[in-house]
Ligand binder design. Structure first.
Ligand code: GLC
Length: 542
C-alpha cells in the first residue's frame, strides 16, 4: 500500500477510471451504481491500483452522462445515495484505494438551480453566474461552433439574450469572472474533501477562463490566475491529487500546470498522442497510425516534463475508442497486442490511468446508427449527412471514433448480460463478452489482467519507473517503439513491436547483460514477433 501522507505520493500511483453507468449494476435497473462499484473493490485491489477516478456521479439529467450537473452536492438517484458514496469512500480507503472525483467546473446543467434562477431575469442574483449577450433572435453574437455541434449561443426569447455554452445547450458555461461563482465552487469542493475524497479530475479545465467575444474559448488570459486561486482555496491539503483535462496544452503550458514546486495541479491530461492517427488534427479524420509521429510526441513530453512537471499516461478514457481496436489487433493478436500497448505506456515516466475494461483488452463496437447513445455521435451523424458526406464514410469514422466505443458495459462474466446487470442494460453489451470477460481473465494466468497487475507491481518495485530519464531509440523505425529509462543506479530498456510482422532488434550498448523483467511472449528470440513487448532491467555502477 502506498503511503499517502508522503508529498507527491501520486507520482508512484496507478489510477483506474470508472464510468459508473457502465461498471456494475447492483439493483437490476440496468444502470451501474455505487453499491455495484463497492462490490468490485476487491477486484481492483487485486489489480493493484491506488485510486479510482470516478466519472461524475452527481445529480444530473444525464444529457451528457453526468457531465451536466444539476446538483453538485447530491448523488444521481439511480447511482445510489450519499450514504452509498460515503460507504464507497470508506470501503475503498480500507483497501488502500483513494477516490478521485470528477469536477465539472466549466459548466452546469441547465437544470441546475443557478441556471433556472439565472434565466428568470437580468436582475436575478444568479444571472451573472453565466455568460449572456444581448441580441436578436436570428443573430447570435458570433459564429463560434459548439463541441457537440450547433452554435455556442442559445437564445432565451423572454430575456432577449443569448447564453454561452461550449458543449450542448443543456450545459451552460459558468462565468468564472464572477468571484461569487468561484467561491461557490470552492465551497462545494471542500464539501467533498471533508467527505474523504482524496483528489479530483478537473473536466475541461483549460476552458474555464474564456473571452467569447474575442473567440477565446480555452487558455484565456486569466486561466492560470484562476487555477492558482482554485488550488489555494480548495485544494489546501498537500496529499490531494489533481489532474486537469487540458486538450489545448502543449509541453510549455503543461509545465505551468504541473511544475513540481508549483501552485496549480499535480498533472494534466493532454491529448497530443491521441492524434497520431488523425489527419488535419481532426479526430474523425481517421488515417493509419504513424508510429514515428507517436514516438516523437512521447519523446517531446517525456523529455520536456522530466524534472519540470509531471505526465499522466493513458491510452483510453470514456471519450476515446478502445486502444486494442485502435493501435493493436482485435483478432488473433488481441491479447498480445493489448499487453504490448500496456508495456509501451507503463514503461514511461508519469502516472498511469487504466480505463475500465482496458485491463481485459475490451474492444470497440459497431452499431446501427440509431443505437448510438452518445449525443456527440448522434449530432455528428446528422451534421455530416446534412453536409452531404457519403453515409458509408460517416459510419466508418463513427465506428472508429465514437465515444460509445468506451461506454459499453463492463464485461464481468460470460453469463447473462456479462454479469453487468440482472435487468436490461442501459446500453448494448459488446457481444464478445462471452470470450472477453473478467472471470475468464482471472482464471487465466496468461491474461491481459495479470499482465497489467505485473506492470503495476513493477512500477512499485523499481524506482526507475518513476524517476528514470527517457531516451528514444530508433526514432524513424515504423514498427518498433523502443526506449530506455535511466537513473544513476538503474536502467530499463522497453522494446515494443507495433506491427503484425516480425521485426529485427538488437539491444543497445550496456543492455547486453540486462535481465528480462516482463514480456508478452514466453521466450525471447532474435527477432520480435507480432506485437511482442519486452522490458529489460539492469543495475548501473554508480
Ligand atoms: C470532457 C469530458 C466529456 C464531456 C465534456 C463536457 O471532455 O471528458 O465526456 O462530454 O468534457 O463536459
Amino acid at each position: 500500500m502506498l503511503d499517502k501522507t508522503k508529498r507527491g505520493w501520486w507520482r508512484s500511483a496507478v489510477f483506474y477510471q470508472i464510468y459508473p453507468k457502465s461498471f456494475q449494476d447492483s439493483d437490476g435497473d440496468g444502470i451501474g451504481d455505487l453499491p455495484g462499484i463497492i462490490s468490485r473493490l476487491d477486484y481492483l485491489e487485486k489489480l493493484g491500483v491506488d485510486g479510482i477516478w470516478l466519472s461524475p456521479v452527481y445529480d444530473s439529467p444525464q444529457v451528457d452522462n453526468g457531465y451536466d450537473i444539476s446538483d453538485y452536492r447530491a448523488i444521481w438517484p439511480p447511482f445510489g445515495t450519499m450514504a452509498d458514496m460515503e460507504n464507497l469512500i470508506a470501503e475503498a480507503k480500507k483497501r488502500g484505494i483513494s477516490i478521485i472525483m470528477d469536477l465539472v467546473l466549466n459548466h452546469t446543467s441547465d437544470r441546475h438551480f443557478w441556471f433556472r434562477e439565472a434565466r428568470k431575469g437580468k436582475d436575478n442574483p444568479y444571472h451573472d453566474y453565466y455568460i449572456w449577450r444581448t441580441g436578436a433572435p436570428d443573430a447570435p453574437p458570433n459564429d463560434l461552433c459548439a463541441v457537440f455541434g450547433g452554435s455556442m449561443w442559445t437564445y432565451v426569447p423572454e430575456l432577449g439574450e443569448y447564453y454561452f455554452h461550449q458543449f450542448a445547450p443543456e450545459q451552460p458555461d459558468l462565468n468564472w469572472d464572477n468571484p461569487k461563482v468561484r467561491r461557490e465552487l470552492y465551497d462545494m469542493i471542500r464539501f467533498w474533501v471533508e467527505k474523504g475524497v482524496e483528489g479530483f479530475r478537473l473536466d475541461v479545465i483549460d476552458s474555464i477562463a474564456k473571452e467569447p467575444d474575442r473567440h477565446i474559448t480555452s487558455r484565456g488570459p486569466h486561466l492560470h490566475e484562476y487555477i492558482r486561486e482554485l488550488s489555494r482555496e480548495a485544494f489546501r491539503e498537500e496529499g490531494l491529487v489533481t489532474v486537469g483535462e487540458a486538450w489545448s496544452a502543449d509541453v510549455e503550458e503543461a509545465k505551468r500546470y504541473s511544475a513540481p514546486e508549483g501552485r496549480e495541479l499535480s498533472m494534466i491530461f493532454q491529448f497530443e498522442h491521441t492524434f497520431a492517427d488523425c489527419a488535419h488534427g481532426d479526430k474523425w479524420d481517421v488515417v493509419p497510425l504513424s508510429l514515428p509521429t507517436l514516438k516523437r510526441c512521447m519523446e517531446r513530453w517525456q523529455r520536456g516534463l522530466h524534472g519540470k512537471g509531471w505526465n499522466s499516461l493513458f491510452w483510453d478514457n470514456h471519450d476515446l475508442p478502445r486502444i486494442v481496436s485502435r493501435w493493436g489487433d482485435e483478432g488473433e493478436y488481441r491479447v498480445v497486442s493489448a499487453k504490448m500497448l500496456a508495456t509501451a505506456l507503463h514503461g514511461l515516466q508519469g502516472t498511469p490511468y487504466i480505463f475500465q475494461g482496458e485491463e481485459l483488452g475490451m474492444t470497440n463496437i459497431r452499431l446501427p446508427i440509431e443505437e448510438y447513445e452518445d449525443l456527440e455521435t448522434r449530432n455528428r451523424y446528422q451534421e455530416q449527412i446534412a453536409r452531404g458526406m457519403p453515409e458509408a464514410e460517416v459510419r466508418s469514422s463513427i465506428y472508429a471514433r465514437s465515444r460509445d466505443n468506451a461506454r459499453t458495459p463492463m464485461q464481468w462474466t460470460g453469463g447473462e448480460n456479462a454479469g453487468f446487470t440482472t435487468g436490461k442494460p442501459w446500453f448494448v453489451l459488446n457481444p464478445n463478452y462471452k470470450e472477453i470477460n473478467a472471470q475468464a481473465a482471472l482464471e487465466d494466468p496468461d491474461s491481459v489482467f495479470y499482465y497489467y497487475q505485473a506492470l503495476i507491481a513493477l512500477r512499485k518495485r523499481y524506482e526507475v519507473f518513476r524517476e528514470g530519464d527517457f531516451t528514444l531509440l530508433e526514432p524513424d523505425d515504423e514498427r518498433l517503439f523502443a526506449y530506455t529509462r535511466e537513473t544513476e543506479t538503474e536502467a530499463l530498456l522497453v522494446v515494443c513491436n507495433f506491427s503484425r510482422g516480425e521485426t529485427a532488434f538488437s539491444r543497445p550498448e550496456g543492455f547486453g547483460e540486462a535481465v528480462p523483467l516482463l514480456s508478452n511472449y514466453p521466450d525471447a528470440r532474435e527477432t520480435l514477433r507480432p506485437y511482442e513487448a519486452r522490458i529489460y532491467y539492469r543495475r548501473r555502477e554508480p
